[in-house]
Design a protein around this ligand. Structure first.
Ligand SMILES: C[S@@+](CC[C@H](N)C(=O)[O-])C[C@H]1O[C@@H](n2cnc3c(N)ncnc32)[C@H](O)[C@@H]1O
Length: 210
């Protein structure tokens, strides 16, 4: 029998209605500015994100970032497992780019994968192998100049387990080849932001410098 991967979640919050999410995305644009000195994406590069629902309200990621003048719809590339979400997003924003499938399967070898900013907005626990694998693989696919933002959960409210964010950074250092690792800025910033309910989230900011 086909089993749903463990990292797929069904009952997700409504991100378009979340003040925390809006603030986190605002922070992402600020981080991009701090790391690159740019207030918007270069015209020849794009934005790739794990997207969920992106309706036409100003609480959605795509509308928020376009309204800020940070990117254009054509620069927006959204990936999600959910076929219905992607189908609906395509109707709301036909000029943007939408892909249904697993992140790595979509981005690996994709001719449009020329990001300036990647938002790996996961709901994985920060100390697990699943997030490590996707981050390490994505790092090696990013062109020079990319800012890679990774979200993960710092605690599991159900089991009351706390996850150590430093573990992700240590594991990346141990897993990625030295040739790739030296292209990335040594200083990795970690920002906390509130999740929904009792979940604490962290955003890791990586920068592939030249
Ligand atoms: C936190 S939500 C995205 C929220 C959105 N970035 C925003 O700011 O509103 C993450 C979404 O990515 C999907 N997702 C998680 N891991 C994925 C993967 N490896 N491939 C494709 N979709 C994935 C989840 O199903 C979920 O819908």
């Amino acid at each position: 029998m086909h089993q749903r991967p463990k990292h797929r979640r069904t009952n997700q919050p409504k991100y378009v209605e979340s003040t925390c999410k809006r603030l986190a995305r605002q922070k992402n644009m600020e981080i991009y500015f701090e790391l690159t000195g740019l207030t918007s994406l270069p015209s020849d590069r794009n934005y790739w994100t794990l997207c969920n629902v992106q309706d036409s309200s100003d609480g959605s990621e795509i509308v928020q970032m376009c309204n800020e003048g940070f990117l254009t719809k054509k620069q927006f590339h959204g990936v999600d497992f959910s076929r219905s979400i992607i189908k609906q997003n395509r109707k709301w924003h036909p000029k943007a780019n939408w892909y249904c499938g697993d992140w790595l399967k979509v981005v690996r070898g994709h001719p449009e994968f020329r990001p300036a900013l990647v938002y790996l907005d996961t709901l994985c626990f920060v100390d697990r192998k699943i997030i490590l694998d996707v981050v390490v693989s994505t790092m090696s696919l990013c062109p020079v100049g990319t800012v890679l933002l990774v979200n993960g959960m710092k605690n599991d409210p159900r089991s009351k387990t706390i996850c150590d964010p430093d573990k992700l950074i240590t594991n990346i250092g141990n897993s990625i080849g030295s040739f790739e690792l030296k292209k990335w800025a040594k200083r990795i910033r970690v920002f906390d932001y509130c999740g929904t309910g009792k979940t604490n989230m962290a955003t890791f900011a990586f920068h592939k410098k030249d």
